[in-house]
Design a protein around this ligand. Structure first.
Ligand code: 13P
Length: 252
């Protein structure tokens, strides 16, 4: 099965609206001919409307970086899926390790968020990955099994193929220490096998991204791996030139 490569840039808490407009005017001409690759920017809430407007008619999709599982409620400071879809946001990053580490996000919450995103019409990118000490202790598969199984637990089978899973080893995020091709392939194949444990057909369709210090000079090697269907890019997605080079690497 051929899966469309998916390159997503996670801006994290970077870029005011003015910065975002500058970025997008630099990016659009560089990715206008990137057929065969899905491209997304995952932006702070305050940039969503401006980026949806500025990317309309282009090949760049706009994603949020978090949402609450409920459609509405007394949850001060939170944003819901219907609030995102009203803006024409395409999808949402869920369970990023920074949200797990700094904001106490749990697999329990993700079990509610992933199906809520799908039900609202958003493409969820479910982030999973182990810490350095978990890898050293031989705990990588156990951690991934727990995160993937719980995150997908309440997803209706017929919608499973629409979920994107991003394998992001925490020790590779923002460190410049990228996973080796063998490590990335092994973990992404394991994630796919976990999906196959729920539904074999969905596993062939589901896209698994690698994330963690993806840069223009290592992207091609990672993206060529059989079970790596794209990348979730942090630092290198803040500059339109380097992000466009990673998109270009996915076309090869
Ligand atoms: P870096 O590409 O900066 O390592 O960040 C990866 C990441 O966390 C993307 O979500």
């Amino acid at each position: 099965m051929s899966r469309t490569p998916f390159i997503a840039g996670n801006w994290k808490m970077y870029k005011t609206q003015a910065d975002a407009e500058m970025f997008i005017s630099g990016l659009l001409p560089q990715v206008s001919s990137s057929e065969g690759v899905d491209v997304a920017i995952c932006v702070p809430f305050t940039d969503l409307q401006a980026m949806v407007d500025s990317t309309r008619g282009s090949r760049v999709q706009v994603f949020a970086q978090n949402m609450h599982h409920a459609a509405e409620g007394a949850f001060t400071g939170e944003v819901s899926a219907p609030m995102l879809t009203e803006l024409d946001v395409h999808g949402v990053v869920l369970g990023h390790s920074e949200r797990r580490q700094f904001f106490g996000e749990t697999d329990r919450e993700l079990a509610l968020k992933v199906p809520a995103a799908l039900a609202a019409g958003l493409v969820p990118i479910l982030c999973v990955g182990e810490t350095e000490s978990e890898r050293e202790a031989g705990e990588t598969e156990r951690k991934l099994r727990h995160q993937v199984q719980e995150g997908l637990e309440q997803v209706p089978r017929e919608r499973l193929a629409e979920v994107v899973v991003a394998y992001e080893p925490i020790w590779a995020i923002g460190t410049g220490k990228v996973a080796t091709p063998d490590q990335a392939q092994e973990a992404c194949a394991f994630v796919r096998a976990l999906v196959a444990g729920i539904d074999a057909d969905a596993a062939q369709a589901v896209r698994v991204q690698y994330g963690g210090s993806v840069k223009p000079d290592n992207a091609a090697e990672l993206l060529a791996l059989p079970d790596v269907d794209g990348a979730l890019v942090g630092g290198a997605a803040l500059d339109p030139g380097s992000f466009a080079k990673i998109v270009e690497a996915a076309r090869a």
